[in-house]
Write a protein that binds this ligand. Structure first.
Ligand SMILES: [Zn+2]
Length: 445
């Protein structure tokens, strides 16, 4: 066995081509070759069958037989709140509204120690990695009005977690700065300090502040001055009059920040008249602003004031895609007052998004998978992403034989490899299932 060389046979690559089998070779952390098996199924008696393989066996294998399972480039979850993850037992949300989630979390946040925040971040990140997400962009709560110590706690916790997890998963840290004119100097100094400490970009939720325009301009100026990307929560409301996305696009154009600017949520885009939405979407494409939809969380939080015909809450995913805007789907919150469910599994988010955005046709499967892989990788600025020679060999193998089956079965069995090294194997063992359940997973390889 050559050092750092692994051969994979009988792999399916639904992002490339459905129905065919591939042989792949990786060396020193990067793909060396990706070739279609013209002869069809490859008998490879020397290969380790991946079916029940654990991490130890995988790490010793020079050749692995995927037995017709699906291989995807590692998921990129480009919008998370890992500092809030698993806080639900401590912070509830009786109304299910965004307002109550914010208020209740704010009332508790000073009581969370740095250690507790770090443990929650690490638990969330490890879990997401085990499902196949190897780059996580997490927004961080930095409530400066509660004092600098409280605001700095989540940043320090996240920096420590990022360092501890550096051999498993990559974290991008985006503090959510809340701009207020009267705190301009204090906030700018605090933000500068977090940038010196090593955060990766500028976050915020200007639609929740008194002067969104000033906050957006401040964020762009800060990002441009520090040469970091900007990723804001925008218009997470059913109110059709909330249109800060337009202000964001203007600022992105002024600062020449196309390609490095991301807008999350954009719920009000769905609530406003068609022609207004079309104009704003065209503005996003022209400015080079990417979009992130958070289907699970927005289905949960939005539409709470509606009766009868309850709105779905998420943004106009299909129209953004059709206009040529890069659109990713992401987890947002995991088991906290903003979202009581979720498990850090981006494939589950893809399924929920497929339902909510009517992207469930056969022709849409690849679109959904791209929203979990290539699109967020582009928004996160990942280079050498994909399954092609020269790209980093960071990937997930899933127990399904096609893209459609991924969404049908949400396979539990996943094997995750990061830059050529296996980091996780989660195997669903059929013998643990009852006879009835075994029949149910009959398609689940
Ligand atoms: Zn968010």
């Amino acid at each position: 066995m050559e050092p750092g060389r692994i051969e994979l046979v009988n792999a399916r690559l639904p992002l490339k081509e459905e129905g065919r089998l591939y042989r792949l070779v990786l060396e020193d952390g990067a793909w060396r070759s990706v070739e279609r098996q013209e002869e069809g199924w490859l008998a490879a008696p020397e290969a380790l069958p991946i079916g029940q393989a654990g991490l130890g066996e995988l790490r010793g294998a020079a050749t692995v037989d995927l037995q017709g399972r699906t291989l995807l480039p590692a998921f990129v979850d480009v919008h998370l709140h890992l500092d809030k993850a698993y806080s639900l037992p401590a912070v509830r949300n009786r109304s299910g509204t965004l307002r109550e989630a914010i208020d209740n979390y704010r009332a508790h946040v000073a009581g969370f120690s740095k250690e507790e925040l770090r443990e929650r971040i690490m638990r969330g990140a490890r879990t997401a990695a085990s499902y196949g997400s190897l780059l996580l962009r997490t927004h961080l709560d930095v409530p400066l009005h509660l004092g600098r110590d409280v605001a700095m706690r989540s940043v320090e916790a996240a920096l420590e977690a990022r360092e501890s997890l550096r051999d498993i998963v990559d974290l991008q840290l985006f503090p959510m700065f809340a701009y207020e004119q009267r705190r301009h100097a204090e906030l700018s100094e605090f933000a500068g300090e977090t940038l010196r400490m090593g955060v990766d970009g500028i976050g915020g939720a200007p639609h929740l502040t008194d002067d969104p325009g000033a906050g957006i301009e401040w964020a762009l100026a800060l990002a441009a001055g520090a040469d970091r990307p900007v990723d804001l929560h925008l218009d997470e409301t059913d109110d059709p009059q909330m249109r800060t996305i337009g202000l964001f696009c203007d600022a992105v154009r002024r600062h020449g920040y196309g390609g490095r600017a991301t807008a999350g949520h954009l719920c009000s885009l769905s609530a406003m008249p068609q022609e207004d939405a079309e104009r704003l979407i065209a503005g996003m494409r022209e400015a080079g602003v990417g979009a992130v939809t958070l289907p699970a969380v927005n289905l949960y939080l939005q539409g709470r004031g509606d009766r009868g015909n309850v709105r779905r809450g998420l943004t106009r995913v299909k129209e953004l895609l059709e206009a040529g805007v890069t659109v990713a789907a992401a987890s947002d919150n995991i088991q906290d007052p903003f979202h009581p469910f979720g498990r850090g599994d981006l494939l589950q988010i893809g399924l929920i998004g497929a339902y909510a955005a009517h992207l469930a046709g056969e022709e849409h499967v690849r679109t959904v998978l791209r929203m979990l892989t290539e699109a967020p990788a582009a928004l996160a600025g990942v280079r050498n992403y994909g399954v092609a020679p020269g790209c980093a060999a960071s990937f997930v193998v899933l127990g399904a034989a096609s893209g459609e089956e991924l969404l049908q079965e949400l396979p539990s069995s996943r094997w995750v490899c990061r830059r050529g090294g296996w980091i996780s194997a989660s195997v669903l063992r059929r013998e643990e299932l009852s006879a009835g359940a075994e029949a149910f997973v009959g398609k689940n390889l």
